[in-house]
Design a protein around this ligand. Structure first.
Ligand SMILES: [Mg+2]
Length: 303
């Protein structure tokens, strides 16, 4: 939101023009409503940053208007400043009781009106920044910085949560990029990053919305597929493996291909999560030791 809007709700046209004259700037638009009813519908429509609300109006008064604004999800967080001619303590108190953030008294002292509005706009700006930072922090705590896939910790939490709350078959797939060290050594770490990003994008493109992918470690990816048997998961794993192997990477004047090896198991609720991870790891290990660029199902099942 680059331009803020303040909604002024006052039945007096003169008051509205005075406020507009005092507050409007190129970055701050002033919208006007002349009754409580009109104010509520405009607030829902334009979602202003702040509302200046007259108390005494025909139809529903300012208190009732404020009470209604605080009931709607889309308007309840918009701060309301009452415009009051009666700055006796009772009417001010009643304003705060129905949810007002502040009040200004008529007749206005322009500098005071500007200052109060400025304080509330600054609060809103700080809140928005805080929300943005919280979002960033959450993303940093749950995802891998390069691929933006979930990190191991968050993935594990999601998996355990799913296992605990559903009874359908879940499959686990682990992939490891073959000869990844050689890519880094031959073409440099940027090429290595490009491979990691491309592989994760191929996975995201082919997998379903409900499948959860993580960057498990350096060049390892772990996927869980809800409501999926191991047979189906093995099919999909081979499809992913195939797509990865077809992709040509270009780096300076060279071009190269990369393959992945995969392990697949159906999640076993009778054994611990750690044991399930060990089993899928072992399937991967067997794939690696038997020649790479292949997907191995559930080996060895009895350990
Ligand atoms: Mg009035």
């Amino acid at each position: 939101m680059d331009r803020d809007t303040i909604l002024v709700v006052d039945d007096s046209e003169i008051i509205c023009s005075i406020i507009k004259g005092i507050l409007e700037t190129p970055n701050l638009h002033i919208a006007i409503a002349h009754s409580g009813e009109e104010g509520i519908s405009k607030a829902k429509e334009i979602k202003p940053t702040l509302i200046l609300l007259d108390i005494i109006m025909n139809g529903i008064d300012g208190y009732e208007t404020c009470r209604i604004l605080k009931e709607y999800e889309e308007t309840k967080d918009i701060p309301v400043i009452f415009i009051t001619g009666n700055n006796d303590s009772d009417s001010v108190l009643k304003g705060f009781e129905v949810g007002a953030a502040d009040y200004v008294s008529k007749p206005f002292i322009p500098e005071e009106l500007k200052a109060r509005v400025k304080v509330h706009m600054q609060n809103i700006k700080n809140q928005r920044e805080l929300q943005f930072l919280m979002k960033e922090l959450k993303e940093m705590a749950t995802t891998d910085y390069l691929t933006k896939l979930y990190n191991r910790r968050y993935f594990t939490e999601q998996l355990l949560d799913y296992v605990a709350n559903n009874n359908n078959p879940i499959s686990l797939i682990i992939f490891d990029i073959d000869n990844f060290k050689k890519v880094n050594d031959t073409y440099g770490h940027n090429a290595g990053d490009m491979v990691l990003l491309t592989v994760s994008q191929i996975f995201k493109l082919i997998l379903r919305e409900e499948d959860v992918i993580s960057r498990w470690g350096g060049e390892e990816f772990m996927i869980y597929m809800p409501d999926t048997t191991a047979e189906k998961a093995l099919d999909i794993a081979n499809k992913l493996r195939n797509e990865v192997s077809k992709y040509t990477y270009h780096c300076d004047n060279a071009s190269f291909h990369c393959t992945v090896t995969g392990g697949v198991i159906q999640y076993d609720r009778e054994i611990s999560p750690e044991k399930n991870i060990t089993n899928v790891d072992q399937a991967l290990y067997f794939g690696k030791s038997s020649g790479k660029n292949r997907c191995i199902y559930n080996y060895p099942i009895m350990v």
